[in-house]
Design a protein around this ligand. Structure first.
Ligand code: ZN
Length: 132
C-alpha cells in the first residue's frame, strides 16, 4: 500500500518533523504489524530519524552540516546548489520503521524528519506500508 505526504517547507534548510503524518497514514490502513518505508524522491532533501525532544539537536546538525559543506566552497555543478545535494546524500533518501500494534515503533526520543536543504519549496514524501 502506497501513500504520499506533501509538505511545504518554509526555510532554505530545516528539519521538519513528519512523524505524525506518517502515523496518520498508518492509522488510515488496517495494517497492525509490518514495516513502513519513508522515502524522499528529491535530490536536495533527505530523510532522517533523530531526537524529537530538544530542538537544539536539529540546530546543531544543520550548523555542522553547514560547516562541513560551506556555500563558499567551489563546486562544478552549475545549478549552484551543490551543498544541498551533498547534505541530502549525508542524510539519505529513506528510513524504514517497524509498525507494531498499528503504531510506529520509535524510540522514546526519536522523530522522523524531512530534511530540507534547498527550500523553501513543496516536497513529497512517499510511504510504502508492508504488512508482515
Ligand atoms: Zn542541483
Amino acid at each position: 500500500m502506497r501513500r504520499s505526504v506533501t509538505i511545504a517547507t518554509a526555510k532554505a534548510c530545516q528539519f521538519i518533523d513528519i512523524t505524525s503524518q506518517v502515523q496518520t497514514a498508518i492509522s488510515e490502513t488496517d495494517i497492525t504489524d509490518g514495516l513502513v518505508i519513508i522515502y524522499c524522491p528529491h535530490t536536495t532533501a533527505g530523510i532522517t530519524i533523530n531526537e524529537n525532544a530538544d530542538p537544539d539537536v536539529r540546530a546543531d546538525i544543520l550548523q555542522h552540516l553547514d560547516a562541513m559543506v560551506p556555500n563558499s566552497s567551489s563546486f562544478r555543478h552549475g545549478e549552484g546548489n551543490s551543498p544541498a545535494h551533498i547534505k541530502a546524500s549525508f542524510m539519505g533518501s529513506s528510513a524504514t520503521v517497524i509498525i507494531s500494534e498499528g503504531r510506529l515503533s520509535l524510540g522514546t526520543w526519536q522523530g522522523i524528519y524531512l530534511c530540507e536543504f534547498d527550500g523553501p519549496r513543496t516536497r513529497n514524501v512517499w510511504l510504502k506500508l508492508i504488512e508482515a
